[in-house]
Design a protein around this ligand. Sequence first.
Ligand code: HEC
Length: 126
Amino acid sequence: MAFQHRFIVSIGLVLCVAAAAAAQPPSDSDKVEMQKKLEYSRQILDGLVTEDFDKILRGARALNEFGKRKWIENESAEYRMQNQVFWFTTGTLVMAAEKESIDGATLSYTQMTHSCVNCHKLLRRQ
Ligand code: HEC
C-alpha cells in the first residue's frame, strides 16, 4: 500500500515537472533566434524590390529551415497549421526565386507574411 502510494506521488511529480517544462516561456536565446525571422523577412523584401534573387533565396532558405522546427511546445491544431503554412510558403518562395519569378516570389512572400501575423495573433489569443 505504502509502495503504491509512493509510486502515485512520484508519477504526479513527474507530470508536474513535465507540465512546468512545457509551459516555460521562451529562453533569451530562443528570442534572439525568433528575432532573426524578422531580419530574414526584411532581407527578402529588400531582394524583392531590387530584383536581387540571391538575396531573396538566402532569406527564404533560412526561413524555410526555421519552418521545419516547432519553436515551442504547442500541440493545438491551429498552431500546427500556421507552422505548416509558414513552412509551405517559404518553400514556394524558394522555388519562385530559383525560377527568378518576381511575381511568384512576391505572392509567396505575402502568403508567408499572413502566416507570421496569424500565428502571432493565435498565440496572443490562446
Ligand atoms: C507557427 C507560428 C509562428 C510563425 C508562423 C511565426 N512566428 Fe514569430 N514567433 C512565434 C513564437 C512561438 C515566438 C516566441 C513567442 C514569444 O516570444 O513569446 C515568436 C517570436 C517572434 C519574434 C520575437 C518577439 C519577441 O518578443 O522577442 C519575432 C520578431 C517574430 N516572431 C517574427 C516573426 C516573423 C517576421 C515571422 C514570419 C516571417 C514569424 N515570426 C512567423 C511563432 C511564430
